[in-house]
Design a binder for this molecule. Sequence first.
Ligand code: NAP
Length: 705
Amino acid sequence: MSSTTTAPIVPSYVQGGWWTPQDAQGSPVRDAATGEEIARVSADGLDVAAVIEHARTVGHAALARMTLHERALVCKQLAQYLETRKDELYELSFRTGATKRDNMIDVDGGIGVLYTMSSKGRRELPNANVVIDGPVEVLSRDGSFLGEHVLTPLPGVMVQINAFNFPLWGMLEKFAPALVAGVPSIVKPAPQTGYLAEACVRMMLESGLVPEGALQLVSGDAVDLLSHLDYRDALAFTGSATTAHALRENPRVREGGVRFISEADSLNAAILGPDATPDTPEFAAFVTSVMVEITAKAGQKCTAIRRVIVPRDRVEDVARAVREKIDQKIVLGDPRADGTTMGALVSLEQLDSVRSGVQRLIDAGGRPHGSLEAPEVLRADGSRGVVEDGAFMSPVVLTFDDADADLVHSLEAFGPVTCVIGYSDLDDAVRLAARGAGSLVATVCTNDPDVARTLVTGIAGHHGRVLTLNREDAKTSTGHGSPVPHLVHGGPGRAGGGEELGGVRAIKHLMQRTAIQGSPAMLTAITGVWHKGAPKQAAGCERFGGSPEHVHPFRKALTELRVGDALVSDLREVSLEEISAFATETGDTFYAHTNEEAAAANPFFLGIVAHGYLLVSWAAGLFVNPDPGPVLANYGLDHLRFVTPVAAGDAIRVELVAKRITPRVTDEYGEVAWDTTLYNQNDEIVATYDVLTLVAKEWPTPSVG
Ligand code: NAP
């Protein structure tokens, strides 16, 4: 090795302070491109029980003082803060062998997850700490006994054990949902790149935004950490299938009830449709995608394309085209050198492991396209040559005559390596893809909708994500290898059987789903959301339960409004003239509103009926309060259902109840959902829906200046 200097040990951040072992030597970590020792790793002697206790007590309490929206806002602010310092992260990331393009995935991708979780959390979850999951079930005839599911934060901690290849994305894509859910995180990065995770954690703490105890870092091994976990906790692992198996066997997971989320390795496939001949745009897009996937992060991506499955007569064409594309586009070198497009593997150990994997694939019948010799690379100073201590490797494309060679479907050479095999027909392509025994992602490249349907439905059960690639999305696609925070990441079987990301699903995974049962009043008190049958304080028509003591709820600012505040209207008669006028005005002359005979022949009506939208408009006329006030706007309706038709001579009335109040953490107003029911003169339900409004927090609005 080129350096003899002993580098400092990467510190851990625990119990509110930085910690480094006193006497430990630690294991060395080296710059991937030069071999220079840059850090040492050890957490020997760390009191891990105290770390977990700190998260369970201090961390949980700090997070519980905030609502889901407040925590989601912290996520966004952290993203904004990290953005101002990402150049420092890029610089450090070069040392892991990552290029500028790789940094976009790890650094920018990680920050991107913070943004997305923040925005999704604030849009799709309540500004509360109890989330209702799914509809209410009415469990008694009279509606006095209800049931539903609620989500609350896990009572324990989330320990994340991360792989070396995405030290930031891997950490942030787990931390963001845990933070929003209200669960403290203990991060244990992989030793090879943990110094980058440490730098990022340090920045987040320096921002002053992280609630106390919500984030701790253990820069060492995790074995002791696991022995203190129990059923309250989650263990989120990303790494090899071998380590995943070992962790699954850990007594705390096997018998202690620790929730185990596993994102393991995967032999991802890309399938070329029979229609995608070499002269088509699909063929070109496919070749580019394979080239990108095996060279980004020097092929050290869990989602990289490992198996290229193509029509049997196109195996050599595809391999040659991929090889040519690599030769055109790829400049292997030190990530700090101008012009480098592919960096080094993370370490010499990793290089050895990938080389031996390639040799085993060759022994299993693989013909390599590309050299296995130590490559000449671009050095940081611009010169070219072989760097003995740099973990560089040229991309290798292997072709096989036997598409069923076992190693193709079982060995993950975690570097710039891919295998090209041939299929006889679409069923054979599906069968080969399934031989991966559960994968994170596959690409299906075709411009033929029938081929796409056959392949995608055939392989979907074996995959967490499937990307269809054709001429239309080739330029706009986010790519085979990039999990997007909006969609789930994870796959069955070998891929770990876990599920991460997927928008607010990621947050919900870190919450306990509990079925709760009780009266409408109790469920209202527990959830903060009004349930039909719970007490209400109604203003309006006394005949229907309104009281002059109560003010119209549209006159109340958000801070005064309570769930259960309501308005009941009087009846309003419906005439044929009004129905006809609405039909003429709007052009909606559908026969049920205009032709008595045809309407009567319809199985649902006895004759002409009022338009549903006319009823909804009349309802608004019955419940609005016309004067300027705290209600700022109506932004839509949810769950609209028309139940009983209304004919001329009938009458309708409306009941409107404040159901869900969601103050925005970033604005001077919030959302109110109003449970709305239209009745006819016989008290039959005509329509049900939620009216959605924006309401000012204060009214009159506080004057400025
Ligand atoms: P790894 O060797 O499995 O290590 C992953 C993490 O597990 C490291 O932090 C490692 O730290 C820790 N670890 C290993 N043995 C452990 C044990 N017995 N108990 C507790 N922790 C243990 O994987 P890697 O080499 O870092 O990463 C590459 C692999 O990750 C590839 O196979 C890749 O496909 C996979 N990966 C999967 C995803 C995904 O999302 N599915 C993403 C990225 C990478 P120590 O060495 O300190 O123990």
